[in-house]
Design a protein around this ligand. Structure first.
Ligand code: ADP
Ligand code: MG
Length: 260
């Protein structure tokens, strides 16, 4: 189920800063009458690599979607890079411009080439000149090791390649924080590693990352903190060593016994 991470991780740039990247206080969210997130408190410092684990339906996706306001919370506070998420569209735009998101199903535009997928937002949102946006996009496509695919359409690429395009596309907006929602769950086993390698490289460069994933090998190798959610709550959090070797709650123990 989970890919073992065999390569050595370069930790020289993986420092956790005192500066706060995301601060979530007493946050609650309902879907109609369904209380999906319950009193969430979470402070993420710059440079942290957090893995969010938990059973299906526990609210993991909803939590990270609240961080860039793809979902709206109803009470409490979410502050991202010192900007509080309210209904103020200026704040929402500011947060979204700093937070990249990668989804399970890639969400690339099928009618645009790989290069066009990567330059669309920089050109139209950031007003970057086209030539410059293309040069930047090529740099990131090289970084995710598929520059030769730049002029193809997403449908001509493998799932692993499409997910690496999605990561490159996010990076083209120069985000300060990256959110991943089960980025490898839709991939065939042989493609999981290439996406995890890309995520490991980002972590090695010091990116602040929140990753919902079932890849516990990745969590053990890369995360500085694992958060376990169940029924809309953060039940337990710890460094990966203690999380996996010494889980505290019965719910965490049960979850780990099912996936490891
Ligand atoms: P996870 O990512 O941990 O599987 P989700 O955040 O997707 O969990 O979902 C948490 C709960 O909220 C689930 O019970 C799910 O059915 C419900 N839910 C998710 N999205 C919606 C929605 N748009 N409307 C109503 N209920 C939803
Ligand atoms: Mg989910």
């Amino acid at each position: 189920m989970s890919e073992a991470i065999t390569r050595k991780i370069d930790r020289s740039h993986m420092e956790v800063s005192d500066e706060v990247a995301i601060d979530i206080r007493a946050m609650n969210k309902w879907y109609g009458t369904f209380h999906v997130l319950r009193d969430i408190n979470l402070t993420v410092h710059k440079g942290e690599r957090i893995v969010i684990a938990g059973p299906s339906g526990s609210g993991k996706s909803t939590l990270i979607r609240c961080i860039n306001r793809l979902e709206e919370h109803q009470s409490g506070h979410i502050v991202v890079d010192n900007v509080e998420l309210t209904s103020d569209i200026k704040n929402i735009d500011k947060v979204r411009s700093e937070v990249g998101m990668v989804f399970q199903h890639f969400n690339l535009f099928p009618h645009l080439t790989v290069l066009e997928n990567c330059t669309l937002a920089p050109i139209w949102v950031r007003k970057v000149p086209k030539k410059q946006a293309e040069a930047t996009a090529m740099q990131f496509l090289e970084k995710v090791k598929i520059p030769e695919q730049a002029h193809k359409y997403p449908g001509q690429l493998s799932g692993g390649q499409q997910q690496r395009v999605a990561i490159a596309r996010s990076l083209c907006m120069q985000p300060k924080i990256m959110l991943f929602d089960e980025p490898t769950s839709a991939l065939d086993p042989e493609m999981i590693k290439e996406v995890l390698d890309t995520m490991i490289e980002l972590a090695e460069e010091g990116m602040t990352m929140l990753c919902v994933t079932h890849e516990m090998g990745f969590a053990q190798a890369v995360a500085n903190r694992v958060i376990f959610m169940d029924q809309g709550q953060i039940v337990e959090q710890n460094n990966p060593h203690d999380f996996f070797n010494n889980p505290q709650s019965e719910r965490t123990k049960l979850f780990l016994s099912q996936i490891l």
